[in-house]
Design a protein around this ligand. Structure first.
Ligand code: AMP
Length: 458
């Protein structure tokens, strides 16, 4: 029914549906110390679309869970810089994250689980790991002893004795071995802390996820997702924690990882200061452009972010929208277009490791072939309507086109649009930009197409 690449086995595999018919999916959520950038959008748009495809096309029930890392060194650092309480900073950016996701049309998550709501569950996991001999305490902190878990490295396909000190492994006094990681961190003066058997402290980064998944899904579950930058050490550590506790393997059957959004070949990230926030991007571009940009590349490859990528996304969206409009004007009686073959290929490509670029290529082939028939009035109204329905079904999952047809444009917007066209004809671009902003404030977006301006409801 669906094949998907599994990082754990390095293979594309048939997705197994459990007898319950339900799939438990956990995707790592953000660390909320700043606004999300379009790199985050890449990962979350992908998982959102994948879930919608599995729910709507494959009729699979997915329980989609995401944590929110709301306690972390970076949150503490930011709150100190701004002289604020860390919880206040985290709560603020958590809300902003949800707002950004909603403006991206990312709404498939069933449960958001902020880490600090699960402190008892986290402490319970740390206690069990100590009891089983997989963890040790030192100076009121607790560390996982990776040498006690020989399979450490199985997800990132590394061996413990080949691990290198440095990259993403925190240097901390008290560790017995450099690759050991903190399960519980003793708090410093003034830092947020919770009581624990080891003194006042806070959770390490990796333990929140396993505490949350154990609470909602039990000892094992079906799919774990995130960006590929999280494979090591984060996901590796999750596996070690939970499999050490349960004695069961694998923690998650399938591990899905997205490639990074890149700028000049480097990961877009806050630390490199090469990021564009989602909200800044959306000030100048429509959400559909961002979604199309993301989906036009295979999710496992790096996605280079250029101005040209935006232009290409824009023109592809316009091509599909214009085509749909053209279909609605078709009046022909009969046609011999095997349009179902293109639709079949489209869905088949999505079911094959969610190959959106190949699926979109088949959509564009359909557009080319259909346009030839429309040019000679050889497409029937009936087929045209079926193709419209197919595009609507595609859009219901990919969400790459504004849904305009059903909405009537209010007269106030039409009037402003006419004024803007006049301004543009007079080359008064300052006024035309002002009018575009005014229209946007009223909840509509103007897009200039080859056939003139088109407004869509935001
Ligand atoms: P963070 O808040 O850094 O933990 O990131 C939250 C999620 O966004 C993780 O799944 C990351 O892998 C993902 N992510 C962060 N930066 C990028 C990027 N440049 N491209 C794609 N995904 C990213």
């Amino acid at each position: 029914m669906m094949r998907i690449y599994n990082t754990l086995t390095s293979k594309k595999e048939d997705l197994k549906i459990p007898p319950s018919g339900e799939i438990n999916l956990f995707v790592c959520g953000p660390t909320v110390y700043d606004y999300s950038h379009i790199g985050h959008a890449r990962t979350y748009i992908f998982f959102d679309t994948l879930v919608k495809f599995m729910r709507k096309r494959l009729n699979i029930k997915i329980n989609y869970l995401q944590n929110i890392t709301n306690i972390d060194d970076r949150i503490i650092k930011r709150s100190a810089e701004e002289n604020k309480n860390p919880q206040e900073v985290a709560d603020f950016f958590e809300k902003e994250y949800i707002t950004d996701m909603s403006s991206l049309g990312v709404n498939a998550v069933d449960t958001y689980a902020p880490a600090t709501k699960y402190i008892p569950e986290i402490i319970s996991q740390v206690e069990r790991l100590i009891k089983k001999g997989f963890a040790y305490s030192a100076d009121s902190s607790v560390y996982f002893d990776v040498r006690k878990f020989p399979e450490y490295g199985k997800l990132s396909h590394q061996k413990i004795n080949e691990l290198k000190e440095g990259v993403r492994i925190e240097v901390e006094a008290g560790k017995k071995f450099f690759a050991d990681f903190a399960l519980w961190k003793a708090s410093k003066e003034g830092e947020p802390s919770w009581d624990s058997p080891w003194g006042k402290g806070r959770p390490g980064w990796h333990i929140e996820d396993t505490a949350i998944t154990e609470k909602y899904f039990g000892l094992r579950y079906n799919i774990h997702g995130g960006g590929l930058d999280l494979i090591f050490p984060h996901h590796e550590a999750e596996i070690a924690q939970m499999e050490a506790i349960s004695g069961l393997s694998p923690l998650a059957e399938v591990w899905i990882h997205t490639g990074m959004l890149l700028v000049d070949g480097e990961k877009m990230s806050k630390s490199l200061d090469n990021f564009i926030t989602i909200r800044d991007f959306l000030k100048e571009n429509s959400v559909y452009v961002l979604r199309y940009m993301v989906l036009s590349q295979h999710y496992r490859t790096g996605l280079d972010f250029y101005k040209k990528t935006i232009q290409m996304a824009n023109s592809s969206i316009n091509r599909i929208a214009d085509f749909k409009q053209r279909l609605k004007e078709v009046t022909g009686q009969s046609s011999h277009l095997p349009w179902e073959d293109f639709a079949k290929t489209f869905w088949h490509e999505l079911a094959d490791d969610f190959n959106t670029p190949k699926a979109l290529a088949s959509l564009f082939e359909l557009i080319t072939e259909t346009n030839k028939l429309i040019d000679t009035n050889n497409l029937s109204q009936n087929d045209a309507q079926k193709i419209v329905d197919f595009i609507d079904e595609v859009n219901d999952i990919l969400n790459i086109l504004p849904v305009v047809s059903e909405i009537e444009t209010p007269s106030q917007i039409t009037a402003l649009l006419a004024d803007r066209e006049k301004a543009r004809a007079n080359k008064d671009f300052e006024l035309s930009d002002k009018l575009r902003d005014q229209i946007k404030e009223l909840g509509w977006e103007v897009e200039d197409t080859a056939k003139g301006p088109r407004v869509t409801k935001l």
